[in-house]
Design a protein around this ligand. Structure first.
Ligand SMILES: [Zn+2]
Length: 849
């Protein structure tokens, strides 16, 4: 770009009174003029425009071309094919022996003997797409680290390896950046209600499937996270930053956070020493530029899935930065208007300060990590539990998905050598895995398996428990003696299964997680698929095999397509779903129903529509979209609620409503939905959508009243206590036990009646007045893990978690909770899929009085 043009651009942007160097890095010292500033490369001043992800990547790659201090790696791509890159900054000399440094760094971690090896830290930006200041700061940081000739910068490069993920959520960031840019006015409009500052649903916070990427470090559902975790563990840095934005009237936040919500499995050193120490550096840097800030009063690091907490479970230090958002280029606040550039400067200054503090406190970081692994080994030694075994004999897919997750977190998993019975449950050798506690990453093992970790606080920024073994709802046992372990698992491979050709009938069980995927695949190829509403025992190759409720039957002669086409469709479905599909020569069974029984129903193909748009919970809707897209391979129409009046509902046999206000539903819209329902539709509601359906009179099922517990005398408290006392009553996210009717189509394919569900809301139903329609009921003592206020317990216990209400020829399936929470609740996913696949075959049985 020619110099004159740059000058003109700088002059025309009214957001800058001073030049970029004077504003962002006035004390930079000597700068290498051969390196292009972001402004020179992009053609606009940082802060005057939102930089598209591809331009950001191009800029960092350009620096890589021109400088021997930086190496760029492509670590993967997002759903929308945006490249994920990682940049590594260190001196040219270090770059030439980078692999040697990495190996020595990893080898010395547990002992802390890495004093003479460059310190490895990582900077991470823009996890929430509509919190864009930090990726702009990433470009300034990239520039600074490659162009600055300042002795301090040279020392950093000489003594450190600085890793950078310049944009954690490229799809979300571009969604927001395009929004802000396309509405940018000249002169800028600071009115907070202007379209520039008020994105349309679902906004840029989330990734492609509307997931919050700042929860996914622990759950590893998405490729962005999985690629990032591989890079993280490849380097295992000592420090990881995570930059965010918050309300426009706020200031700036850095750690230390709330001391009452320190994670109790993480050694205290981090909270008591590292955070306060680093806090001094941040405070000093922000004092210098006149920025206001706060610490200690908000945000927690309990949950291991934040960018600022994940590293804490590996003996590192995660740092959270929260900047008041200009959400757009300029926005009014309660004081002076906030410029985008100002928000970027705070993030940039914090980035450089993190580097400065990390190097200055290197000894402390090394000591902390060594102490972390020492204390972790001691705790493991003292632990009464020596190993966890797990595995579902009927569900290889779900079991292996869990193994895969453990491997993502560098937890060692082994096969078991012998079949054993623990606590009355049979764990078969070929289908059971063991995780011994005696291994380096024991702290992460605790987070994955333990449900009873007690926390001192009762106010939670997010969940209060996240025991993943319950999310996957796998049979497991805690063992006092570790069993002899077999082969170490290094990667997860599914058993490919061959189908034998049949001219009569194919069958498969519903208990494998992929069964619904296979059903849909067969249906979409024109295969007529049936389901056994009662179990049966068939003779297969001379042995008896029992098929559970809902097992799938494909009668070869009752099809519209040829026997060859059926065989091909069945073989493909078996292969794509890694499912064991059996060929039978007889419909006569030795136990239960025969294959031509009246209890065998022909399944209708789900034709599903989900209401989305303003006022609807984007993450709940996104989880369903992701489940059907990525795990089932089934299309779902996402209908914006504003288009409901003109939609032809005859196209759908199933409609989903997730939590939301649905205020746009006027009388004609509500009547239209009700008519569709009465004519045989299946309406599935999640959480508060069920409350809406009840209020509209769609079903006679009833809610548990919100205020069932009335105090005898009216107490009086100090005003200042309100936040804590009222906040403690929230159902922020805990795990509960329900008794599931496994003979009900919603419960088909689930082996145990007692299953775990995740609850993070106040919707609770009374048991149905129809004695057959309470599908899942919270047990009398339902809390499995997490925080629960005594008043909430009274409301929950023995009430209903899932009920099915009838309306004309249709039915309303009400889930009090979210069965698809964060794409991780593999156990309750099945109940939701059953609602889709069996919904139109469910009746509400008549009760003879
Ligand atoms: Zn954020």
């Amino acid at each position: 770009m020619n110099k004159l043009l740059v000058t003109i651009l700088s002059l025309t942007t009214c957001l800058f009174a001073t030049s970029q160097p004077a504003y962002f890095y006035p004390q930079a010292g000597k700068i290498n003029p051969a390196m292009p500033t972001p402004e020179q490369f992009l053609g606009y001043a940082i802060g005057s425009h939102h930089t598209r992800h591809d331009k950001l990547v191009e800029y960092i790659k350009e620096l890589d071309k021109l400088s021997d201090r930086i190496a760029v790696q492509i670590v993967g791509e997002t759903y929308e094919h945006r490249q994920q890159i990682a940049a590594i900054y260190t001196s040219a000399a270090n770059h030439s022996r980078l692999e040697e440094i990495r190996k020595a760094h990893l080898a010395g971690q547990i002992t802390g003997a890495t004093e003479n090896i460059p310190l490895v830290i990582q900077l991470g930006y823009n996890v929430h797409g509509n919190e864009p200041s930090s990726s702009e700061a990433a470009m300034l940081t990239a520039y600074y680290l490659t162009a600055s000739e300042d002795p301090e910068t040279l020392q950093w490069l000489d003594q450190m390896v600085i890793l950078m993920d310049p944009n954690i959520n490229p799809d979300g960031r571009d969604r927001h950046s395009n929004w802000a840019n396309m509405h940018k006015a000249n002169p800028p409009v600071a009115d907070p209600i202007d379209r520039e500052h008020t994105e349309v649903w679902p906004g840029g916070r989330f990734n492609h499937y509307w997931f919050d990427m700042n929860r996914d470090w622990f759950l590893a559902v998405h490729p962005e996270t999985r690629n990032r975790l591989r890079f993280f563990h490849y380097w295992r840095p000592y420090v990881q930053t995570d930059h965010h934005e918050m309300g426009s009237n706020s200031t700036f936040y850095f750690d230390p956070g709330k001391s009452s919500s320190n994670n109790p499995v993480v050694p205290e050193d981090l909270y008591n020493t590292i955070y306060p120490k680093f806090g001094q550096y941040f405070s000093q840097a922000l004092n210098q530029i006149g920025s206001m800030y706060f610490t200690k009063e908000a945000f927690d690091k309990l949950y291991p899935g934040y960018g600022s907490s994940y590293i804490n479970f590996y003996g590192g230090a995660g740092f959270l930065f929260e900047q008041a958002s200009s959400r757009g280029h300029l926005q009014e606040t309660s004081t002076i208007p906030l410029t985008f550039a100002f928000t970027i400067r705070n993030q940039f200054v914090s980035s450089l300060t993190t580097i400065r503090a990390s190097l200055a406190e290197k000894a402390l970081l090394l000591k902390m990590r060594a102490a972390f692994y020492r204390s972790s080994a001691e705790t493991a030694k003292k632990s009464p539990v020596k190993a966890y075994v797990f595995g579902d004999v009927n569900d290889e897919t779900r079991t292996k998905a869990f193994v895969d997750l453990l491997l993502m977190h560098y937890i060692d998993v082994y096969e078991v050598e012998k079949t054993e019975v623990y606590n009355g449950q049979r764990f078969e050798a070929a289908k059971t895995y063991v995780v011994p506690v005696d291994q380096p990453n024991y702290i992460m093992i605790r987070s994955v398996f333990e449900k009873g970790i007690t926390y001192t606080d009762s106010l939670f920024y997010d969940a209060s428990t996240w025991s993943l073994i319950h999310a996957y709802d796998l049979p497991y046992a805690e063992l006092r003696t570790a069993p002899s372990k077999g082969k170490k698992i290094t990667s997860v491979t599914q058993t490919a299964s061959q189908v034998e050709r049949s001219n009569y009938v194919y069958v498969f069980d519903l208990r494998d997680y992929n069964a619904h995927k296979a059903i849909y695949q067969l249906q979409s190829k024109g295969v007529i698929v049936q389901s056994a509403f009662r179990p049966f025992t068939a003779t297969i190759a001379g042995t008896q095999k029992t098929f559970g409720y809902g097992s799938v039957i494909i009668p070869v002669q009752l099809q519209k397509i040829s026997t060859d086409s059926i065989f091909k469709a069945v073989s493909d479905a078996g292969k794509n779903s890694n499912l064991k599909i059996y060929s039978l020569g007889s419909a006569y069974n030795t136990g239960g129903i025969d294959l031509g029984s009246g209890y065998v129903r022909t399944l209708r193909t789900p034709q599903v529509m989900m209401l989305v748009g303003q006022g609807v919970a984007a993450t709940e809707a996104g989880e369903i979209w992701h489940l059907l897209d990525q795990r089932i391979g089934m299309p779902i129409t996402k209908l914006d609620i504003t288009n409901f009046v003109r939609a032809d509902l005859h196209r759908y046999n199933t409609i989903i409503m997730v939590s939301g206000s649905y205020t746009v539903f006027d009388k004609p819209a509500t009547d239209k939905l009700k008519l569709w329902l009465q004519n045989g539709g299946t309406l599935i509601t999640l959480k508060t959508a069920g409350e809406w359906a009840i209020k509209q009179g769609f079903t006679k099922e009833k809610l548990v009243a919100a205020d069932t517990i009335k105090p005898k005398i009216t107490p009086r408290f100090n005003y200042d206590n309100a936040v804590d006392i009222e906040g403690a009553k929230a159902l922020g996210g805990s795990i509960f036990a329900v008794d599931l009717d496994t003979t009900h189509p919603i419960g088909f394919g689930t082996t145990n009646r007692k299953i775990s569900i995740y609850k993070n809301g106040q919707t609770i139903f009374l048991p149905s007045t129809n004695i057959y329609s309470t599908v899942a009921q919270y047990t009398n003592n339902p809390l499995i893990g997490g925080y629960l206020h005594a008043a909430s317990l009274k409301k929950i216990k023995t009430n209903a978690a899932i009920v099915v209400g009838g309306e004309g020829n249709g039915r309303v399936i009400l889930f009090a909770d979210n069965p698809n929470f964060r794409g991780t609740w593999y156990g309750t996913n099945k109940l939701f899929l059953n609602a889709l696949f069996f919904g139109s075959h469910m009746s509400v049985p008549a009760v003879v009085e």
